[in-house]
Design a protein around this ligand. Sequence first.
Ligand SMILES: *[C@@H]1O[C@H](CO)[C@@H](O)[C@H](O)[C@H]1NC(C)=O
Length: 377
Amino acid sequence: MIIYFTALLLSILLPAGSQQAPVVTIEPRSASVRQGDTVSFRCQVQRGGQHVQLEWKRTNNQPLSDNVKIGPDGSVITFSSVQLVNQGTYRCLASSAQGRAQSVATLNVKHPPKARVTPSGPVQVQVGEPISMECRATGRPRPSISWLRVDHDHETMLSTVTSDAAAVVQVVSARAEDAGVYVCRASNSEGTSESRVELRVDGAIQGATFPQASISPAEMVAVEGQTVTLHCQASGFPTPTLSWSKLRAPLPWLHRIQGGSLILQNVGRQDSGQYICNATNIAGYVEATAQVEVETPPYATCLPDQLRVRAGELIRLQCLVHGSPPVHLQWSKVGGILPGSATWLERSSSQGNSALGPSESAPAGGHTSTCTYATVV
Ligand SMILES: *[C@@H]1O[C@H](CO)[C@@H](O)[C@H](O)[C@H]1NC(C)=O
């Protein structure tokens, strides 16, 4: 009891510094060195007085390697001829009667990258199967990783999905032309490492050629209600399979596919648009397009639609025509011929085309005349 009180009294009376728990810092806090270099960290007591014991440990509590030496007062740790195994964090532990403290320093050992590809060895996939090849690389500083494709003597950079220390090249559906040699290249300031892998695509037919396709007609204008037929001509080996679609819309409800032809029955204005013929074989696919415009047919109305006149009177009939221009019209008489005296004149109004005529001296007995059609030429 008395001793305890004495200690308490001393700690209050003695000047601050010697009676406080220690505080330590490490200089430098981290170091990046090459293999074979020598590097030291110094643990400095900032506070806590003379009777502080210093000790160095690895933070993973592994024993220190043989090339690591601690100076006589325990403050300096020296790594001579640094090895990769020295990489890690180290702590300086300080202890005195007043307490304990620690500080941590990091040793980075620069080294050239080492790239490793999984799966290794030749990668074998079937046509249509997904491909995924991963490349991981070690090295410090952290290497940049890229995938390349090697064809004869030129290299093509591939797009990859990249994360921390890995880059993955992915293909949703393998094609014959994906077969070949792929290279993963990792580099940092210390060097470059490459790992190669061969990709084989099975089911690839020797001599396969890229499809070619065209649609005839490539452009057409149809009138509402008509049937439209588009022929897709495709070549390539093996013979490509054809599929039809419409740009930004489903195919019309009343469509039929017959051989290489797309048949659209009873077309409406909404069937206008771009039609696509997709020719696919194992070498790839090609899309041919055709433009179809569907127009409204012209129709005519007569004013008046019935007329009763006396013989000798003037007949004046008007024909109003609607439809996509240009529209031409012609008068005729049902079951007869137009009287020689009939004249007509054609003129355009803002609503469309209209015509006046024929004007005729009605023959004796009188009759009604009906305007029934306009003919488009
Ligand atoms: C054509 O076919 C290929 C392969 O089947 C497909 O990837 C592509 O999306 C198709 N194009 C159209 C417009 O359907």
